[in-house]
Design a protein around this ligand. Structure first.
Ligand SMILES: O=C(O)CCC(=O)C(=O)O
Length: 308
């Protein structure tokens, strides 16, 4: 998904986009975005320094350092063997409760513009925010994951959102994230995914992407979303990774660097996906309203990751 506020022609629930955000989005699509990010980092140097100091409280090991390195080189990383199975099962149980009411929830969703895609977690929000103890938030806060991301971003990451999406077949032609695109919500947009249903074949609409190096060819493309035809006129199909993997597979992809698409679902199939989105602070866009609130007593690292 790219920044939902600027992504396309939305009929019913289209959020209004200020000229300022629109301009930032265009700047961020190019390398000029790094200049904006650099300027913002200078202005926030003190805060960033104390944030970075918290990184020492995270677990460190040669394996985690290697994982950050692999993420730097490829732009993606399989973390299925690193994440907690117990937390993933908690997430899956929560997701199944939501799935049972998918039809009712699809009528109330915050992002109502993607007909192939239902967001199922909105009813857990209080004033637009999730509690820190929510299983989806706890999955994202796993110290090993935060440590890998900190090594990648050279900064304690900020969790921007968590999402549960049910992808369903539609009759319409491919749109939005079903087309090839980069995300432009920031200069690094690390998404932690777990499949909450088996993705056995192309019929289940796998998350599909190219590594960072192959994706470089599409940087600064005039159109933000591209058809297969456009993409494969410039690169061979052997550059494509299709994540056809079982339920509970978990992976991190920097979707700002890796060209990607997914949710091309064949009739009779669905796909259930968990997504947690992380940025390196300070954000390029003005900080939105808090997305998380404190319940219980999160440790200092979690507080900073959640911007509490
Ligand atoms: O639904 C998919 O597999 C694609 C999702 C996507 O584009 C994203 O999370 O940025």
């Amino acid at each position: 998904m790219t920044n939902s506020a600027v992504e396309g022609k939305l009929p019913a629930k289209k959020p209004r986009v200020s000229q300022f955000r629109r301009a930032l989005w265009h700047i961020n699509r190019t390398d000029l975005g790094w200049l904006v990010k650099g300027g913002l980092s200078l202005l926030n140097m003190g805060k960033l320094r104390s944030r970075r100091a918290l990184v020492s409280q995270l677990p460190h090991s040669p394996a985690l350092a290697q994982a950050s390195q692999t993420l730097k080189q490829q732009g993606y990383l399989d973390v299925s063997d690193l994440v907690s199975r117990a937390l993933a099962e908690q997430v899956a149980r929560h997701a199944e409760d939501k799935l049972a009411k998918a039809d009712a929830l699809s009528g109330q969703q915050e992002l109502g513009h993607k007909s192939f895609w239902v967001s199922l977690l909105d009813e857990d929000l209080r004033n637009g925010a999730y509690p820190a103890s929510h299983p989806f938030v706890q999955y994202a806060l796993q110290p090993e994951i935060v440590s890998i991301l900190a090594g990648y971003m050279n900064q304690l990451p900020q969790l921007s959102d968590v999402l549960l999406t049910l992808s369903r077949p539609t009759e319409n032609k491919l749109t939005f994230s079903q087309l090839w695109h980069h995300d432009h919500d920031d200069k690094q947009v690390c998404k932690l995914f777990i499949y909450l249903s088996d993705v056995n074949s192309l019929d289940d609409g796998p998350f599909t992407f190219m590594d960072a190096q192959s994706s470089n060819r599409f940087k600064n493309a005039p159109k933000s979303h591209m058809t297969d035809e456009k993409v494969f006129a410039r690169i061979g199909k052997d550059a494509v990774h299709e994540l056809i993997t079982p339920k509970f597979s978990s992976f991190i992809v920097d979707t700002a660097r890796c060209l990607h698409m997914g949710s091309r679902i064949t009739p009779g199939h669905t796909r259930l996906l968990y997504t947690a989105t992380f940025f390196p602070p300070p954000r390029i866009y003005p900080e939105p309203k808090p997305r998380f609130y404190e319940d219980g007593s999160p440790d200092p690292v979690s507080r900073s990751v959640l911007a509490l």
